[in-house]
Design a binder for this molecule. Structure first.
Ligand SMILES: C[S@@+](CC[C@H](N)C(=O)[O-])C[C@H]1O[C@@H](n2cnc3c(N)ncnc32)[C@H](O)[C@@H]1O
Length: 212
């Protein structure tokens, strides 16, 4: 579920690493401090880790560097191919946030970067419930993604993108399911988590949700 953007990622896979490293003007600010963002997520993780929306495996690299045991879940075949090439030692399975083969090990941390916005708020609610059920006691969800303080802030960023003639970015912001912090906070609180947010750049926030 929530796979309507996967074709786009099959097409983007070969040039994705160039984009995150600032080659594309439109997305430079979205990916600003990319390496620090991945490191912040890896620093928040512990134990057995499941990573959703692995992409080309850049967060996987940071998690491995911390000596963590990682299982990757990725719906795009092209992205899986690249990630598996980079990380032949990691199990990277076909699946998504809501539908994936059972994870054999207990899960201490669910991590993800730049991916949770592919789910609608309703799907995010379902996913948060699954995370709570699947996590070990005191388990955590550590996600970094684009989100906004409120709808006015989101509209301001869309207007700014249009003013800069960043039509692809503006279209993304309008059509993908970027949530506001109050909405995400409510979703994770209702699922049973204590949740906090830290700003990483003008689009991306780090969200840490701990099982109470
Ligand atoms: C912008 S990329 C982020 C890749 C990587 N995590 C990073 O930080 O560079 C988004 C990734 O999420 C994946 N994705 C799309 N829909 C998804 C879903 N419903 N569940 C899990 N992953 C999804 C895409 O295939 C893509 O690999």
């Amino acid at each position: 579920m929530g796979r309507e953007f996967v074709d786009l990622f099959d097409r983007w896979a070969d040039s994705y690493d160039d984009t995150v490293h600032g080659v594309d003007d439109e997305y430079r600010e979205v990916f600003s401090s990319y390496d620090a963002i991945l490191q912040a997520v890896a620093n928040g993780a512990s134990g057995n880790v499941v990573e959703f929306g692995v992409g080309t495996g850049n967060l996987t690299q940071e998690l491995k560097a911390k000596g963590l045991h990682v299982t990757g879940v990725e719906p795009s075949a092209k992205m899986r191919e690249i990630a598996r090439e980079k990380h032949p030692d990691v199990s990277i399975i076909e699946g998504d946030f809501l539908d994936h083969p059972p994870i054999e090990t207990g899960v201490d941390t669910f991590v993800s970067t730049y991916a949770f916005h592919h789910l609608t708020d309703e799907e995010k609610k379902t996913a948060a419930g699954h995370f709570f059920t699947a996590l070990n006691p005191s388990g955590k969800v550590v996600f970094a993604d684009t989100m906004f303080i409120d709808e006015t802030a989101k509209q301001r960023m869309i207007n700014q993108a249009l003013k800069n003639q960043y039509v692809n970015l503006a279209e993304d912001l309008k059509t993908e399911y970027y949530s506001t912090i109050p909405v995400l906070s409510e979703i994770f609180k209702e699922a049973g988590f204590e949740v906090g947010f830290v700003s990483m750049n003008s689009y991306v926030w780090l969200m840490t949700a701990v099982k109470e």
